[in-house]
Design a protein around this ligand. Structure first.
Ligand code: HEM
Length: 218
C-alpha cells in the first residue's frame, strides 16, 4: 500500500480511541448481558471473576462514555445532516444492492452512518445517567426505589438497543469492503472514496477543499 496514493480517512488518535473503546465496550456489554439473561450468566467471567465484573462494569462504562465524548467532538461536524443526505436516503435500496453507478453526493459519512452516530451518542447518554443512578457503591442510596426501578429499566433497554446498533455497525463495516482497513491503517483508496463517499472525494481531491488537511473535508 503506497500511502502517497491513498487518502487519510481517520487519523491515528481517532483510530486508537475507536479501538480502545471497542475493547472496553465488549467487556461492559458482555458483563451486562450476563446479568440480563440467566442463560448467559457464564459471561460474568469476562473481568476475571463475577465480583470483579460488578466492580469494574461501571468504571469501564465511564471509559466508553469518555471515549465517545472524544469521538463526538472529533466527528460531529461530519455527521450533521445536509440536504444532499436526502439523495442517499431516496436511493437506499440500490445502495444496499451494491449499485454505485449513480452519483449520490455522499459526504464523509452517509445518512445511515449519521443516524447510527446520533443513535450511539443518544443511547450512551441514557446509559450514563441511568447507570449513575443505579450505581450501588456511590449513588443508588440517594434515590427512591421507584426512580431506581425506572433507571434500571432504561439502563437495560438502552444497553440492548446500543448492542443491536453496534451489531448492525459491525455488519456494515464488514459489508463495505475496505472500510475496516480504513479504520485500522487510517487510509482508503481513491476508488473506495469515489465509490462510497463521492462528494467527500471531490472535496479532498481539490474541488473546493483544503488539500493540506487530507480527510478533513466534509
Ligand atoms: C468490532 C467492532 C467494530 C468495528 C469492526 C467497527 C468498525 C468501524 C469502522 C470501519 C468505522 C469507519 C467507517 C468509515 O470510515 O466510513 C467505524 C466508525 C465508527 N465507529 Fe466503529 N466499529 C466497531 C465497534 C464500535 C463500537 C462498539 C462503537 C461505539 C460504542 C463504535 C462507534 C463508532 C463511531 C462513533 C464511528 C464514527 C462514525 C461516524 O462518525 O459516523 N464502533 N467503526
Amino acid at each position: 500500500m503506497r500511502k502517497d496514493r491513498m487518502i487519510l480517512r481517520t487519523p491515528l488518535p481517532d483510530r486508537l480511541c475507536h479501538w480502545a473503546m471497542v475493547v472496553c465496550f465488549f467487556l461492559v456489554a458482555l458483563s451486562g448481558l450476563s446479568w440480563l439473561f440467566p442463560s448467559l450468566n457464564w459471561l460474568n467471567g469476562v473481568f476475571g471473576t463475577p465480583q470483579m465484573a460488578r466492580v469494574l462494569h461501571p468504571f469501564f462504562g465511564i471509559v466508553v462514555f469518555a471515549a465517545l465524548v472524544y469521538l463526538f467532538i472529533r466527528f460531529v461536524k461530519y455527521n450533521l445532516f445536509e440536504k444532499e443526505d436526502r439523495i442517499w436516503l431516496e436511493n437506499v435500496k440500490s445502495v444496499t444492492a451494491g449499485d454505485h453507478s449513480k452519483p449520490l453526493r455522499i459526504g464523509k459519512y452517509n445518512a445511515g452512518q449519521k443516524f447510527m452516530f446520533w443513535g450511539i451518542m443518544g443511547l450512551i447518554c441514557v446509559l450514563l445517567i441511568s447507570g449513575l443512578v443505579i450505581w450501588r457503591a456511590y449513588f443508588a442510596h440517594l434515590f427512591p426505589i421507584p426512580v431506581l426501578r425506572v433507571a434500571l429499566l432504561l439502563h437495560a433497554v438502552a444497553g440492548v438497543g446500543l448492542m443491536l446498533l453496534i451489531i448492525g455497525h459491525i455488519y456494515l463495516a464488514f459489508w463495505v469492503k475496505g472500510s475496516i482497513r480504513g479504520m485500522v491503517t487510517g487510509y482508503v483508496s481513491h476508488a473506495w472514496a469515489r465509490a462510497h463517499h463521492d462528494r467527500w472525494h471531490d472535496q479532498i481531491s481539490g474541488k473546493g477543499a483544503d488539500k493540506t488537511k487530507p480527510g478533513s473535508a466534509r
